[in-house]
Write a protein that binds this ligand. Structure first.
Ligand code: DC
Length: 229
């Protein structure tokens, strides 16, 4: 499908609600760019961990951010814009639990958010973009034409994330995954700087009991309603 006009679509919500799956499929159908904003926070966390950055020190954080270059390149095979940290493809390594355990702390740092949000806004300049995250409809693109807020039952989210992580690490336990999700949701929704919130004008999509196909169909309908306005 060719884009009729370009709009900005934001998809926010809790961890492991399937935001990225929907965002990727939606972008493909509309011929839009898909940007996974969480990948940016994960890549920054990876850099901090690898370089032993003390992120309680503003000075160290600022210095580290000055050395970070983040880029996305489309991979035809995965049909995804993959993230590059200083020229290295880190799309897969940023999904490890080591990064997941620290990312919410790093994403709560004001300087880190300012750095990421500035880049996210640049990417949305031409519109024609689907971006998923936690604060995209509230802070990054408060005037986006379509805002979706995703949610699903906790047990379903844990099961989905467990399946995903178990493929890479068979030693992982359901308990570890559950604790990590709960901890991230707590930190993400209680932090001082742009906490996870449902934007007032967002539409809620609960996908506990619907299939990927059904959620895509619904989101496409909403997108088309906005495109034709
Ligand atoms: O979507 P994700 O699980 O890959 O996100 C990783 C972390 O990054 C998540 O715990 C919260 C944070 N995040 C954020 O604070 N703001 C965003 N726009 C996206 C992600």
């Amino acid at each position: 499908m060719k884009p009729v006009s370009n709009i900005i679509i934001t998809i926010d919500g809790w961890s492991s609600c399937g935001k990225s799956t929907l965002a990727r499929q939606l972008a493909k159908k509309l011929g839009y760019v898909y940007i996974d904003s969480g990948a940016m926070y994960r890549a920054i966390t990876l850099y901090f961990l690898r370089n032993h950055v003390d992120w309680t020190s503003v000075k160290e954080v600022e210095e580290a951010l000055n050395s970070i270059d983040i880029d996305f390149h489309y991979n035809e095979a995965t049909e995804k814009s993959e993230i590059y940290l200083n020229g290295e493809n880190v799309e897969y390594v940023i999904r490890d639990l080591v990064v997941a355990e620290k990312v919410s702390d790093v994403a709560a740092i004001r300087e880190v958010r300012e750095f990421a949000v500035a880049q996210q806004r640049k990417m949305g300049k031409k519109k024609g973009i689907v971006m998923d995250g936690r604060d995209i409809g509230t802070t990054v693109f408060p005037r986006a034409e379509l805002k979706i807020f995703m949610t699903a039952d906790n047990a379903v989210r844990v099961e989905r994330r467990f399946k995903e992580l178990f493929e890479k690490n068979p030693n992982i336990t359901v308990e570890e995954v559950k604790n990590n999700l709960e901890m991230r949701d707590y930190i993400d929704s209680n932090r001082e700087v742009s906490p996870l919130r449902q934007a007032k004008d967002a539409i809620v999509l609960d996908n506990t009991n619907i299939t990927e196909e059904q959620q895509l169909k619904q989101a496409l309908k909403w997108a088309k309603e906005n495109l034709s306005q």
